[in-house]
Every structure is written in C-alpha cells, then in structure tokens.
Design a binder for this molecule. Structure first.
Ligand code: FAD
Ligand code: SIN
Length: 535
C-alpha cells in the first residue's frame, strides 16, 4: 500500500513536532505527516527534568559564557561555529515555545523566570517547569500540533527502513555520491500492513538509543532506529563513541527499565555527592566538586564504586529546605518517598546510567544529512555542538535550533522534488510469523550485557574486542532471523540496537586516546588527531 506526503517526519518529540508546527504554519498548502512508533507523547523529550539552557538574564550572563561552558564540556571536539549558532539562536527558539503555550517556573515576584543551574554551567541559565520540563514542552507541542489542519500524526506507525535508490535496484555503497531518500517503509502496528510512505523530503527525528545498555534513563522507545536506518542506507554517522552516562540515576535494587533520573538540577540546588561511607569525594576529582561536567562526575562515581565494591553511592539533600525542594522537585521527592526514602532525612542512593548519545547522524548547519532529500534533527544527530561531551540541558535547545534551520531550508521549496511512485512495495515473500519470541528477547538481553560489561564508562582494548566479537555473532543470528521472519517492531528494534552497539564499540576502538566521555585504560591521554571514520 502507498501513501504520499510533502514532508515526512519520523518522530514526535521536541525535534519532530517543532519542525512540523513551524512548517505547517508557514506553508498551509503543504501536507506534513508525523509518524511515531507508540503514542505521540512517549519520547525522551517527555522525561526531560532539568530544563532548557539559554542565556536569559543578560545582567549576569552572556552568550560568550554559555559558549565557553559548552566548549569546555566538549573537550576540544565541538564545532565552534555550531556552538555559537545554537547559543545565539537558542533564546529566540525558547521564546517561540513559550508563545506556543509552554510554561516555565517564575521567581517569587513572578516578574521573570526562575533560572536553575546544572553541572558545567558557570551561571544560572536553566529554564524549567518544576522537574517536569519535558512533560510540559511535549504537552504544549502536542496541543499546538492538534490545532493545525495540515499536520497528520500517525501513532503506532513504526519506520522500518528509508527508501533510497537501492529499492529501485541500484547498488549503493557508503561512497556512492548523491544518494537520495524518497520516504520510508512504515509498519502500521495496528494491522501489520507495511506502507510505502513516499515524500518529497524526509526528516529523521527519532531520538536516542539508551536502550543499548542495561541501565538507562531513556524510555523503551529509545532504540536508535533512525541512526541505524541511516547507517543501513549508507549515510554518514559520527562520534558514536561519546555516550553520556548520567551520574545520578536512582538506584533501585529491584531493577527498572528505564531507571528513574534524579536531575542534575538537584545538585545545582545544593545537593552533595557522598561515597558509600557517607564521605564527600568530588573535591578529589574537580574543583567544581558535585557540579563538575557529567563525564568527570560519572567517572569519579564509577571509580569510587570500583574502589569500595558498592553498586551505588549517595546524594545528600538533607541540608536543603523542604518547601523549596518540594516546589522545585515534586516528582523526584514523591518517587523517593514511594520507595521509602525521605530525601530530607535519608541520603538518596544513586548510580550512573546511560543517558544521552552525543554522536549520531552527521548533519550540516541546515540539518541536511549526507543523503539528499533527507534531514535529521534532535538527539539522533551529530551537529558538532556537543563534541566529546554534552553540557547539561543543551540538547532540547539544539533540537529546537536545528528544527528551525531545517524549516528554513524546506521553505526554499520542496516542490522541486517529485514523489517516486515507482518504488516497489515491501516484499515479504518467504517470511513466516515468528515462532519463538525468546530468540529476540534473549538476544536483546545479551546485547545489553555486552554493552554494559565491555563498553561502559571505562573501556580498554581487550573489552572492546570482546564486545565486537560477540556483537558479530549476534548480528549474524539476527540478520538470519530478519530474512526469514515476518516484520515485528521487536525484531526491528533488536536489529537497530545491534547496529548502534557496533557503531559505539567500533568508534570507541578506533579512538586511541581518552577524551570527554570516552576513557580507555590503554590510551589514558588526549592525542592531537584521531580519525574515527567508519566506512
Ligand atoms: P525524542 O524526544 O526521543 O523523540 C523521538 C521520537 O521518535 C519519539 O516520538 C519516538 O516514538 C519516535 N521514534 C523513534 N523510532 C521510531 C521509529 N522507528 N518509527 C517511528 N517513530 C519512531 N535534555 C535537556 O536539554 N534538558 C534536560 O533537562 C534533559 N533531561 C533529560 C532527562 C531524561 C530522563 C532523559 C531520558 C533525557 C533528558 N534530556 C534532557 C535529553 C533530551 O530529553 C533529549 O535529548 C531530547 O528530548 C530528544 O528529543 P528528540 O525529539 O530528538 O527525540
Ligand atoms: C537532568 O535533569 O539532570 C538532565 C539534564 C540533561 O540531561 O540535560
């Protein structure tokens, strides 16, 4: 079955919906189709706690300070032009979502926004809505989208593959010039049909991939589908070795997927990290102590846990005032209380968990990928903003700035691109319904174990080789299953996560130095130049 649209957007988080709204408002004559694999509101965006970093209080803060903090966190690998673009354009994008109905907390006098602080920021510049900033942004964007008649949102539509000349019989390799994208094959999860969704331009906004690890703050939708699809379509992917672990996920011995996050804003509010004996330790690692950038804090925690043999340590909020704490962090407070931890009396047990993919689909300053007629924005991309480590709360900002830039590029005209009606429909010949789901679920568990054991916060040559050897076997078994089995979201997600696992492990093994989020015991120093291009 075929469907057609002008602009096909894969993903309904902040990146996808911001772009849909802008383009639909500016061009009521265009049809904008947003597809999303579960409910529209389920995304990494929805779980963002801390807020959006933007220079707001110009009496104390400046663009240059935000730029310097971003460059410092990025450890030498940020693209300086991109950092300037995002920092300077960011506040206008924040004003837009406020105009669209997003609420941010105000100060006591209600005359301006209450700005929070997080690790690596030299000033208070985080706009937030309690500890539910992402939920509030997602709500406002969905309401705004609903009011636009030329946006159609398809829930429970799962993107399987991008349509490229490969589907017209051409032999595509990673060095073939001028590959184009004509849309995507989409599984309608409600009836199992696979739709050939043709578009003039396509935008990948499918978010992150935290689900490659056993412990992650990312919801179960974060399976790296967009990055894996683009990799299969022979597009350019970059910097996948830089996986950010959040230092303070709530430790829950019962195990949860995802792990509940205890926002860095709690440390910005004055909370202190303590080791398993209750002693402060961060002063031994960085002068900014508990508010050092995330790579430093996560590595320090990992080191302290290895020394003591404990599987968690503590966040101490007991000296903070209860009223203020509850007003700012009601969700965190209630979650702790539900587990019998009173943050005002007890130390909160915390442990690091995979949180954010700094690498991804390589895009230029207008959000164009290496494949023509194909854009990408949000967490699935590598723009150059984060370099080797993302500064806290810079990602919602980046998603909005790049959605805007893609929108401007689309405004130059998409009519020049035709709909490729000759693309063949999905061929399911020779496949059978899956007989043993355990083959998929067990491989998923194995993948998470491999990544968590061998490609975590601290890496080494021998661990990375083990990971790559084991991933190869998983890859071969899963490809065999994929060829013979009817398409299911679970199988596609497994296949995608294996690709992400490979990209992270391979890039990590090629980066023979330690920098930002990538630390390897075999090369503990930084080097001047390392080529990590995966062909
Ligand atoms: P997402 O919001 O993840 O949206 C991706 C969309 O793509 C979803 O709708 C998903 O269903 C859809 N999708 C994926 N695959 C497919 C497919 N195959 N077919 C169809 N649809 C698909 N950043 C900050 O700046 N500040 C914060 O305070 C902050 N806190 C965070 C707290 C948590 C717990 C987490 C997990 C992240 C946090 N981040 C924060 C990071 C930030 O939330 C994300 O980077 C950002 O929201 C990503 O937005 P996105 O639109 O790119 O992707
Ligand atoms: C947090 O609230 O700690 C998350 C902020 C971020 O990931 O940017």
């Amino acid at each position: 079955m075929k469907k057609t649209t002008d602009v096909l957007i894969l993903g309904s988080g902040i990146a996808g919906l911001t772009l849909a709204i802008k383009t639909a408002e500016a061009r009521p004559d265009l049809k904008i189709s947003v597809i999303t694999k579960t409910e529209q509101g389920e995304s990494n965006t929805r779980y963002a706690q801390g807020g959006v970093a933007a220079v707001w209080d110009k009496a104390v803060d400046t663009h240059q300070k935000h730029i310097d903090d971003t460059l410092d966190a990025g450890d030498g690998l940020c693209d300086k032009d991109v950092v300037r673009i995002v920092v300077e354009e960011g506040p206008s994008r924040v004003k837009e979502i406020i105009e669209w109905g997003t609420r941010f907390d105000k100060n006591k006098n209600q005359d301006d926004y209450n700005l929070g602080k997080e690790g690596g920021h030299s000033e208070n510049r985080i706009l937030h809505y309690k500890d539910l900033t992402g939920w509030e942004i997602q709500r406002a964007l969905m309401e705004k989208t609903k009011a636009l008649p030329n946006v159609e949102v398809h829930e429970h539509y799962f993107a399987i593959n991008l349509l490229t000349p490969h589907h017209l019989g051409y032999n595509i390799t990673r060095v073939t010039p001028n590959i184009e994208c004509y849309g995507a094959y989409i599984l309608d999860k409600t009836d199992g049909d696979i739709i050939t969704f043709l578009s003039r331009v396509t935008v990948v906004a499918t978010g992150g991939a935290g689900q490659i690890y056993r412990n992650t703050t990312n919801p179960v939708i974060a399976t790296g589908d967009g990055i894996a699809m683009l990799y299969r379509a022979k597009g350019r992917i970059e910097s996948m070795e830089f996986v950010q672990f959040h230092p303070t996920a709530l430790y829950n011995p019962a195990g949860e997927n995802p792990d509940f996050l205890v926002s860095e804003a709690v440390r910005g509010y004055g909370a202190i990290l303590r080791d398993i004996e209750g002693n402060e330790f961060m002063h031994r690692y960085d002068h900014r102590k508990s508010l050092a950038p995330r790579d430093i804090v996560a590595r320090a925690i990992d080191n302290e846990m290895k020394i003591s043999g404990a599987d968690h340590l503590y966040l101490d909020c007991t000296h903070l005032d209860k009223e203020g704490f509850y007003a700012h962090f009601p969700t965190i407070y209630d979650k702790c209380m539900s587990l019998g931890i009173d943050p005002m009396k007890d130390y909160i047990p915390v442990t690091p968990a995979c949180h954010y993919m700094c690498g991804g689909i390589k895009v230029d300053q207008e959000g164009q990928t290496s494949i023509k007629r194909l854009y990408a924005c949000g967490e699935c991309t590598y723009t150059g903003l984060h370099g080797a480590n993302r500064l806290a709360s810079n990602s919602l900002l980046e998603a909005m700035v790049y959605a805007h830039r893609i929108h401007l590029n689309i405004m130059k005209g998409v009519e020049k691109y035709d709909l490729k009606m000759e693309i063949p429909d999905w061929d399911a010949t020779g496949t059978m319904e899956p007989k043993e789901m355990v083959l998929i679920t067990q491989s998923m568990k194995e993948l998470k174990e491999i990544m968590s054991s061998y490609v975590g916060i601290v890496r080494s040559n021998v661990r990375l080789k083990r990971a790559l050897d084991r991933l190869k076997l998983l890859y071969e078994e899963t490809e065999e299953l994929y060829r013979s089995t009817a398409i299911s979201p679970q199988l596609c997600e497994l296949r995608n996560l294996i690709s992400i696992g490979y990209l992270v492990s391979r890039s990590a093994s090629m980066r023979r130095e330690s920098r930002g989020l990538h630390f390897t015991t075999d090369y503990p120093e930084e080097k001047d130049f390392i080529d990590v291009t995966i062909l």
